[in-house]
Design a protein around this ligand. Structure first.
Ligand code: FCB
Length: 458
């Protein structure tokens, strides 16, 4: 079997707010995550990303660690308020220079930069003007994308517009557990729409500035599994899948929003009237701008059970709900097969020309032992099992072209603060010392011993 691409990339991923720190240095503007984390009660351990991993100052050493592991690609995000401190208008050269230096260092190290334009740190001044629920933010994002890709488009060959618009809209504005922390279904749906619309509107602009680059978007996709064959559970599964997967995939691939979900949202009172008031003429075409790849972030499956049906009517049970022993520290089930399910489903159902796993990883708190070694065997097992599934997907014809472990290093895990360690590099937040965990050494060996292609037959 011949792969449609010439190189499979092994990488690791991070995001600006989670690692950079320097939250108000060199003229950076405030972001909604600065504001949110500074608000008492929002973050589990009361901590903030003010310093985080201090990557803003230690970026060169961090790239050296990537080199040591042998990474072939690095996915990171740009902090919009470093580039446009007020969200729009005056461009801040110091911000562009920071990322320019980082990109150059990566290229010098033969590490391909995969740049995410938006990983949730919206400038606070744009939030003050309405944030993502406001349509103006679409234009602001396109302007910002223009500025960044003009500056870096000659060197960056992989652009990701947005990371996980579901989290930015639903966790941020319906569940209220992420910035900006509101709880309003209408705002969440508007936000999702404007995130998707801004993606599509930015694609041609990025393409013009960075003509030989690949452009895509990253979604968090979750295979939905029914708890039983009962009609109610199957319907709960349809709803969950629609809510988290299809609401985002369908419009990106030219199908508009799924009709069954519009009806459900209307029933729930999330949508008023017959139409989605925030959708304007031409929006569906804009959202479906042809892209080069889809980024998939995979962490778990969801077992769906209807809340309206008594347990005994749910027989026969198809699956055993996962016990605590199969969960990581953050409570997410370890289920490698779900990665195959979601990759194959996206490939067969939507046909993106290429796929990348832009995030996959696990939270385990293993700390340095007396010798200063971090023996995180569970992470090694997790990665080994997920890589094998990725391999199976490629063998079955899924055009998967690369894989990014979340995360390069332990970092600020949003509402969880520093309580969750996802890194293959240990970070001591007091001293900023970094230690390559056993999983990083294992990954280094894996990359070194894996031929350039992941396909089985070459
Ligand atoms: C994803 C986020 C990423 C990280 C992982 C654990 O949803 O994109 O920033 O927090 O989860």
């Amino acid at each position: 079997m011949v792969n449609p691409f010439d190189r499979f990339l092994w990488g690791a991923a991070t995001s600006s707010y989670q690692i950079e720190g320097a939250w108000e240095e060199d003229g950076k503007g405030e972001s909604i995550w600065d504001r949110f984390a500074h608000t008492p009660g929002r973050i589990k351990d009361g901590k903030t990303g003010d310093v985080a991993c201090d990557h803003y100052h230690r970026w060169k050493d961090d790239v050296a660690l990537m080199r040591e592991i042998g990474l072939q690609a690095s996915r990171f995000s740009i902090a919009w308020p470093r580039i446009l401190p007020q969200g729009r208008g005056a461009v801040h050269q110091a911000g562009l220079d920071f990322y320019g230096r980082l990109v150059d260092e990566l290229l010098k190290s033969d590490i391909a930069p995969f740049v995410t334009l938006y990983h949730w740190d919206l400038p606070q001044s744009l939030q003050d003007k309405g944030g993502w629920p406001a349509r103006d933010t679409v234009d602001a994002f396109v302007e910002y994308s223009d500025v960044v890709t003009r500056a870096l488009g000659d060197r960056v060959k992989h652009w990701i517009t947005h990371n996980e618009p579901w989290c930015a809209s639903v966790l941020g504005q319906l569940a209220g557990v992420h910035a900006p922390g509101s709880k309003d279904a209408d705002e969440a749906l508007r936000s999702a729409h404007h995130l998707l619309l801004s993606h599509g509107a930015a694609v041609p602009v990025i393409r013009a500035n960075s003509p030989d680059a690949e452009i895509g978007i990253t979604l968090n996709l979750i295979p939905a599994v029914p708890a039983s064959r009962s009609a109610a559970d199957l319907d709960a599964t349809r709803y969950y899948d629609g809510h988290i997967n299809r609401w985002f995939l369908d419009p990106l691939y030219g199908r508009g929003y799924p009709g069954d979900m519009i009806a459900d949202y209307r029933r729930k009172g999330f949508v008023q009237g017959e139409d989605l008031a925030f959708v304007q003429d031409g929006d569906y075409a804009t959202m479906a701008a042809p892209c080069d790849f889809l980024g998939v972030n995979y962490y778990m499956r969801e077992i769906c059970r209807s809340h309206d049906v008594p347990e005994e009517e749910n027989e026969p049970r198809l699956i055993q709900a996962p016990g605590p022993e199969t969960r990581t520290d953050i409570g997410w089930e370890v289920y490698p097969d779900g990665l195959f399910d979601i990759l194959y489903r996206v490939h067969s159902g939507y046909r993106p020309p290429k796929l990348y796993v832009t995030e996959n990883g696990c939270s385990y708190g293993d700390a340095p032992d007396a010798e200063g070694r971090v023996r995180d065997e569970r992470r090694i097992a997790y990665l080994r099992d997920h890589f094998a599934v990725a391999q199976r997907a490629v063998e079955q014809g899924v055009p998967l072209a690369g894989y990014f472990v979340w995360s390069l290093m332990d970092n600020f895990e949003w509402g969880e603060g520093y309580t969750q360690r996802f890194g293959i590099i240990w970070v001591d937040y007091e001293t900023q010392e970094r230690i390559l965990k056993d999983s990083a050494h294992w990954y280094a060996d894996f990359i070194r011993s894996t031929p350039i292609r992941l396909d089985s037959a070459g």
